[in-house]
Structure formats: structure tokens, C-alpha cells
Design a binder for this molecule. Sequence first.
Ligand SMILES: C[S@@+](CC[C@H](N)C(=O)[O-])C[C@H]1O[C@@H](n2cnc3c(N)ncnc32)[C@H](O)[C@@H]1O
Length: 248
Amino acid sequence: MAQRGIVDMIDEERLSEIIPEDVSLRLVEPHIYSLYSHGEKTSSYDRIFGAIYDLVACNRFYNRFVWGYLTTDYHSFCLDALRSSTEGWVLDAGCGSLAFTAKTYVNYSGRPVVLLDKSIKMLMVAKSRLVKLSGKVPDNMVFLHGDILQLPFKPKSFGTVISLNLLHVLEDVKKVLQELRNVLMDGGTISLTTLIEHNRFADKYLHMLGKAGKLFPRDAKQLFAVFDALGMPVKYRIKGNLAFIGYR
Ligand SMILES: C[S@@+](CC[C@H](N)C(=O)[O-])C[C@H]1O[C@@H](n2cnc3c(N)ncnc32)[C@H](O)[C@@H]1O
């Protein structure tokens, strides 16, 4: 008889529900699949920036005093998104190291969850976070090393899409939104957070990071013009420099 755990965890066969047959997946290590060949360099987060990101950018004091919001807000935002539907799979696009949401995910077993990122190192850190919290990767979670700008999924696979702090690191917001909308089921939700300019002292810092090539500064008007142009009505709130955005 097959062992429990091995039988339940998300494998290639299960992934074929949402990934077309002609997409080849490489098993990197248990629970982590890649769309890239071994050794392929895919992300600046694989280098030193990834380590700095976890230490500095995810620090609650840094986020409170520089960007003006509470990192605990991510928990309720993510939980609301997870509870918003019982249909389809869940996608976290650009999940990074799950610095803010690992605890939220380990307590969620309602639907299968794909945790996708372009950095294999961030995925490995995320995996070890889940293991540290619950002793193993929950059976309903799988990591996928891939690109949000070229999502490998069948259309309408996901009832819930979550993407925290990815929009501001990518130049082509329109392409990101098109990709996410394409994989969203009818009636599904997309929940996003992103740093924006918001008439605060930290706007200057945002631009410094922009000049250093770490992110793409935008204000609310520029950002929501892209949603409007795509006919995607959203609800949003802004706390400090962080926009919390919901699309249904
Ligand atoms: C600012 S971090 C946010 C990580 C996490 N969501 C959080 O809030 O802590 C941005 C993440 O997006 C990932 N990323 C950047 N470009 C990407 C792309 N084209 N496709 C998928 N992930 C990408 C990076 O590797 C990084 O983990």
C-alpha cells in the first residue's frame, strides 16, 4: 500500500489538471517543480538581493516606519483572498520566500495551492519556512519555478490569485494583469499588493530604488489606468505607500 503523504502530495499527474500536456516540468526536489533547465539563471533574487530582501525588506519595523503599513496586514489580506472562494486552485504569483504569509498558508487546506516564483532560491526558503512551521510541506501546496509573464497554466484554472509585492518589481503591469486574468475562473478573485507613490517622504526612497533598478515607481493614477484600460474594475485601499487591490 502506498504511504500516506506520498499519495496525497501534489505531483505531476495532479498538476496536469492545470498545466497543459506539452509543458515539461522538472522535479528540482520534493514539492518543487521547475519550467527551466538545470542551472539556468532566472532571477536577480537568486543572488544577494534575495538574502537582503528577507532580512531588510521583510522587516516589520522597516515596513512600518519607511512604507507606513503593518506587515501583519498581509495575513488578513491573504486569508480573505483564500476564503473568497471554494472553487478552483489557488495561485500565489511571485510568492518569494513567503516571509509574510507562510503562517497563513500552513493553516489553509481548503484547495490546492501553487506557489510560483522566478527565483528558485526564494522558493527553497519558502519551502523551509513551511516545513519549519508545520513539520512538512502541506499536502495541498506545490512550488513552481516559473515566470508570471508567461504563465504555463490552462485558462481559468484558478478561483483565487494572490500576488503580493510583485507589480512594483515588473515594468509591464499590463502583461502581468493579462496573464493573471487569463488563468482566473469566472467569478474568481485577484488580490494584489504593490508599493506606490503616495505623497509621503518615502516616495523619494521609492525613486532611489527605481534608479537603482530594484523596482518601478508608479502613483495610484498610473497604476489604476492600466486596470481601467483592461476593463478590470478594482476595489482598493492604500496604507502608507502600500496599495491593497482586489479584482473580481
Ligand atoms: C518583492 S518580492 C515579493 C515576494 C513576496 N510576494 C512577498 O511579498 O514577500 C518579488 C518576488 O517576485 C519574484 N519575481 C520577480 N519577477 C518575477 C517574474 N517575472 N515571475 C515570477 N516571479 C517573479 C521575485 O523572485 C521575488 O520573489
